[in-house]
Design a binder for this molecule. Sequence first.
Ligand SMILES: [Mg+2]
Length: 531
Amino acid sequence: MNTKLIIFDMDGTLYEYEGASFRQSGAYQEILKNATLFIAKKLGKTLAESEIVLKGIQERWGEQISLALEKEFQISREEYFNTVWDIPAEKYIKPNVELKPFLEKLKQKYQLAVLTDAPIVWVKNVLTALGVEQVFDDNIFDGTGNARKGNGAAFERVLSKFQLEPKECVMVGDQDNIDIEPAHLMGLFTVYINKNGQKSRQANFSIKSIFELPNVLEIKHEEILKRYFEAHRIAGTEIKALSGSSAAKTFLCDNNIYKVGSEAVIQKEIQAYGKFNARMKSYETVFPQMEIVFEDLGNSVLAIENLGKQSLEPIYRDDQLTMSRLETLNKKVLAKINLLFDETKTNIKDDLFFDELVSALKINLEKAGLSEKLSDDLKRIIEKKESILKNFVPSLAHKDLSLGNIILSDDGDKVRFIDPRVAVPYLPESKASGNVAIDLIGYRISVERKELEVRKININVDYSSLFAEIENQIKGYICAGVFTEDFKKLCEVLWYSVYSACKCDYCTASERLWLYNEMVRRLENVMEHGS
Ligand SMILES: [Mg+2]
């Protein structure tokens, strides 16, 4: 995670309410009282009449009283805010002496901002009562204008001021619907605060107080694993990091494999496996067993069945390996793909997967900087939807079946698929099941890439027998009406686009630039001629 900016909601985040929510707090009761007085004075009404007016406004406009007064009674919202919201915050807020040094410490590492829908007069009073008015400098975004958090506009305002990408920002807030959901949708990292320990379904992390923030900003994966060993009195284990993103890391400890990450990330992982588990009777022969063994500070440790130490990826680099061995492994992988299809296929008509592939393709082309160049080809694919889906049998799919995601036991006997995806890369969410073509082609192109790489070292390497076997399977599916030749091409386009869009260190290393360029070349070629 490359966090540059932390955005804090104010009420309920920088301090705790005395009630369950701001609407139930003493401060808000005083604001409502002031609003009644204000309306009475401005409209020349008695207090009783004014209360009725206010109630009507709340029924029609919810909490947007200022907006209602402006639209219905032409009363400026500045006047409303400055009169009604100018209440002594210190009466309702208990300052925490640790807040200022805590924020100042964070500020040494990150830029900090406050983002609230509340009016500036209240924001100033609160920050002063908390003693942190200096900490945020000019980075205070209040509800004066029309940008609100709920529809994302307020977040856009902050991002554009700082000139940052969503993924470089963290949003911290206590309201799921206005702090977490819209920020999450825009791609910000989100941290939900709830003093009662309630959890958000969307946030990357849920914590009880702002002071737990450092624990989740930088997950010390190894520390969490050590705490698990301590708690279970497991001694003398050597921890070896295997791989992983910043969100989850995989470790080999003696003979066990652990994946460590935030609860949300690990839950997502389990869900991705879970949908296969629910549908497949041979699940255990296709995917490894796993279980959460430890939870700590919003992080989880997932123990994963250890089949062996290797994925197929380095095996293909092993020059001791004979072609007949690779052919055997290839057959095993194809058999598992077939099993996956066979046990999860449905006859429910479903064209959602096509739409999702096209959406992913658009995202990938954008990332690869090729959207404009290939826009006509993309249009052609979309127009052919009906004929592409002429024959189509949906089934669950792994959706990222590269050699790195296929592991095998040390004796080479068992083959398992790991890290299934909810959606094809880089589509954020998915509702569709899938189709076996996406895995067959994903696997084939991963082998293609490997052949290109290995040939750099040994020009005599030739995987054509592997490709012939894969093509043979593909033909069988096409003949059986599981997918069409054109859908196969769409999957090819998708996978080449994934490799063209990937900007990870491996794909963009200068010594491998030729491979990246080759993927782009193949993408353009298939888009232009194939589909
Ligand atoms: Mg709040």
